[in-house]
Design a protein around this ligand. Sequence first.
Ligand code: NAP
Length: 283
Amino acid sequence: MEYVTLNNGVQMPLEGFGVFTIEDLDVCEQAVTDALHTGYRLIDTAAAYFNEEAVGAAIKKSGIPREELFITSKLWVQDAGYENAKKGIQTSLDKLGLDYMDLYLIHQPFNDYYGSWRAMEEAYAEGKIRAIGLSNFYPGRLTDLTMNAKVIPAVLQAEMHPFFQQTDAIENMKQFNIQPQAWAPLAKASDEILNNEQLKMIAENYYKTVPQVMLRWNTQRGVAVIPKSTNKERIEENFNIWDFSLTDEEMATITLLDQGHSQYIDHNSADSAKLFNDWKIHD
Ligand code: NAP
């Protein structure tokens, strides 16, 4: 396992475990338990995943010292704004059963995220969060918020995999020393990516799998990854990426696979703004 040092000095594992779509709390607790047993130390959840309690339960039962863990959660669109975000932060802490979170992100670039950021800056100053960041903010929004913030975001989490590489967005993050972290780093294990001939050929060179090559490629270019799985073997497979390196030629081959657009959603579209503002996670 490798770590990166964030722009505020906090150390973050370059690989973590994501729990999006694992809404069954027992299944989630078991998956996080398996991940922690495998060696993952970063767990990525969100208020909108409805499983912060299960993550908290697995952490507690693991017996792993709190300071060895790196726990991320995210503020949902409905809870944007200064007062709402203060409540949202406390709700996540309570559900996780923690005194502090290691990283807290604004989940989507919609609603009053400037108010949210002020609440997050305060919680950061109070020690309730060790690092604050953003998710799904594309370069224009990221630059604007960063230029008007007291605390520069430490992490930007966004879709990043071989079919959507976000090279320009990463360059923009680098200008502000913001660490990129990839969601859907396996491109959700679609048939198209798992059967890609170039990725399969590279995987064969190392007796590795296509998912392992995808994770290695992102981490090797300095992008953190948070693959999700509920299957113990695949959880282990995805963690087994630290004993090989891709050559410059293989990295260049993967660069050519970029399709230059999201496989799932355009956060700049009016439809996305409407969808996310309408998406309620509580009364
Ligand atoms: P992903 O990690 O790219 O892919 C997950 C899918 O791949 C699951 O269907 C999983 O199925 C399958 N899979 C996992 N390992 C595999 C392997 N070795 N071989 C074959 N299939 C494999 O997608 P994701 O869950 O969307 O993204 C990862 C994490 O990023 C999320 O869990 C969440 O924490 C975060 N995320 C954040 C945002 C955001 O807006 N900030 C959005 C999406 C995701 P099995 O479970 O059956 O193995």
